[in-house]
Ligand binder design. Structure first.
Ligand code: HEC
Length: 194
């Protein structure tokens, strides 16, 4: 009986340790998710509003002016670095880095194989610093996306896109395709480094 008590005591301690470790990561995961949710909701709300008021033409004009700044502003509010990335990016700033490219390519393979896509989170060491990294897939989830990313884009919309993004790669998508990802970075605070 006594041995069992010692054993469960140890087990409890081990569990507490792993939960303690997990709690910090959990908080980071929540922050990364919250930032992604906020960017998704706010960009979509803005896009919808502009689309109602002036169709895809207006959507492109406004999106090209506010998508970057809105995303960065939300990142500052949430205390993270966040951006949107894609293997076929429209804005050159949204080109993936090596790690993001790897994740996107894996998702592409999974998606083609009919597997559900899942968010990814891990610690990485980049230029000597520990960084928490998170990615979540962005799908072509509604017909609206096709107005500017599909196969039959109106000529006027196509012209506006070409004008603002001469090296645009983000067309030819179909409903349900993987479009890209939210990508979040949270550098580990210096004092917490071991
Ligand atoms: C009115 C046109 C328009 C519509 C509709 C639209 N987008 Fe975009 N999309 C853009 C523009 C313009 C950019 C470039 C924004 C920038 O400069 O960062 C962009 C960029 C993106 C990016 C960032 C990667 C890249 O290619 O640069 C993703 C991801 C994305 N769109 C997904 C979607 C999804 C998903 C939908 C449907 C919910 C959608 N878009 C609907 C115009 C549109």
């Amino acid at each position: 009986m006594q041995r069992l008590g010692l054993f469960t005591g140890l087990l409890g301690l081990l569990l507490a340790m792993s939960v303690g470790q997990g709690a910090q990561d959990d908080a980071l995961l929540q922050r990364a998710r919250a930032a992604s949710d906020a960017v998704l909701t706010q960009l979509l709300a803005r896009l919808n509003r502009e689309y109602q008021q002036g169709g895809a033409e207006r959507g492109v004009q406004v999106c090209s002016q506010v998508a970057q700044s809105l995303t960065q502003q939300i990142g500052r509010e949430q205390g993270v670095q966040i951006r949107r990335v894609s293997l076929k990016n429209r804005n050159p700033r949204n080109a993936p880095d090596a790690w993001e490219r790897q994740v996107l390519q894996q998702w592409e393979r999974d998606h083609n194989a009919g597997k559900p896509l899942q968010e990814v989170a891990e610690w990485r060491t980049e230029r000597g610093q520990r960084v928490y990294r998170y990615m979540r897939p962005i799908m072509v989830a509604m017909p609206l996306c096709l107005e500017c990313h599909g196969t039959q884009i109106k000529p006027e919309v196509r012209r506006l896109i070409r004008e603002r993004y001469p090296s645009d790669k983000a067309t030819g998508y179909q409903l349900g395709d993987l479009r890209g990802a939210f990508s979040v970075k949270i550098p580990q605070p210096k004092e917490a480094q071991r």
